[in-house]
Design a protein around this ligand. Structure first.
Ligand code: ADP
Ligand code: MG
Length: 325
């Protein structure tokens, strides 16, 4: 699995067309769902703003689809709340159709109509959608060159992208993609990944539920990691990478004890261990200079100071206790 991080090239959160510090499109507060004695989602708090992609990442069974079901008003929360555009969803189901676009399992498309004609048929049902908007959407999902071909000739990935275009017809504030690349080959997966940042660029808030780390890390502004129904961490991809790293320090054997004394009192140092004369300091990997300076001030010259940055993959595995992903 690739661990390289490519930065999303779209605008930061809040500067999309609905940007300018607008209210969150989705607000989950203490959301909990129990199926009998089993807690599928536990006290989940999460926010999605306009113009940002929030990756909702966790192994299979973590509670992602149950959460999506509650956001869509299909599953009733045991406790906690879902707010859409600042309004509680409970008792207000039209909020979903007004503001949320979600890919349903098998969107109804006619096999013998072209992709474009199918989208026009959907647009007629929605109402008030111009033909030029249909063409813009076909372009957005990279189907413009195949838009006149029959739906039945489309690959699974193309069908999925037409489904995404269809959910955008109502110009929803929030787009929910739950495992959007399931069943697609690598090329199909890449084509979906390419269009996700464009949705945020257009001002939609995007909630991307996935068990695939590389899918989420490449396109998300923020990542919320869930395990067994609980949020284990939520932050930007960059911040996640800064976390969980460590620094190894090598000093003269006679100075090991003194060095540990100095290091363990530094701010941000979580843990210090020593093995075979090498001191391992659990601290943000970019703090090497601070460690070096503190040691120098006490007259200790380190022979080696090596930052070890965690990959997001190792962090994810650590956070999710090695669950298969
Ligand atoms: N209707 C249900 N009744 C009982 N258990 C359920 C139901 N729906 C989901 N679950 C359980 O809740 C957990 C979370 O499922 P799900 O939300 O589908 O996870 P994910 O989408 O993260 O893979 C799983 O253990 C699943 O078996
Ligand atoms: Mg799921």
């Amino acid at each position: 699995m690739a661990t390289a991080v490519s930065q999303p090239n779209h605008q930061p959160a809040g500067v999309g067309k609905r940007g300018n510090g607008a209210a969150p499109v989705l607000d989950l507060l203490g959301l909990t769902k129990k199926f009998g004695d089993f807690t599928a989602v536990n006290d989940l708090t999460l926010t999605v703003h306009p113009g940002e992609v929030v990756g909702f990442l966790g192994p299979n069974g973590a509670g992602k689809s149950t959460t999506v079901g509650m956001v869509l008003g299909l599953i009733r929360p045991t406790s906690g709340s879902v707010s859409v555009m600042g309004t509680p969803l409970a008792g207000n189901q039209p909020l979903v159709s007004d503001h949320i676009g979600a890919i349903i399992e098998n969107p109804a498309f006619y096999p013998y109509l072209s992709g474009r004609d199918n989208l026009i048929a959907h647009a007629k049902m929605v109402g008030g959608v111009s033909a030029s908007r249909v063409d813009d959407l076909l372009k957005l999902v990279n189907l413009h060159e195949r838009s006149k071909d029959k739906y039945k000739s489309y690959s699974l990935g193309m069908k999925q992208r037409l489904g995404i275009a269809s959910t955008l017809l109502t110009d929803p504030a929030l787009v929910i993609l739950d495992e959007p690349t399931n069943g697609l080959d690598p090329a199909g997966q890449r084509e979906i990944r390419e269009i996700i940042p464009r949705l945020a660029q257009d001002g939609h808030g995007v909630l991307l539920a996935s068990h695939m780390l590389h899918e989420v890390e490449q396109v998300s502004d923020r990542v919320a990691i869930v395990r067994r129904g609980e949020l284990v961490t939520e932050s930007s991809v960059d911040d996640l990478l800064m976390r969980g790293g460590h620094i190894t320090v090598r000093v003269e054997e006679a100075e090991v004890a003194a060095a540990i004394q100095v290091i363990q009192h530094l701010e941000g140092v979580e843990n210090v261990t020593v093995s075979g004369g090498v001191i391992t300091v659990v601290v943000a990997p970019e703090r090497g200079r601070d460690l070096n300076r503190a040691l120098m001030e006490t007259g200790i010259v380190a022979a080696e100071i090596s930052p070890k940055r965690n990959t997001l993959e190792s962090l994810f595995l650590e956070l999710t206790e090695g669950a298969t992903v």
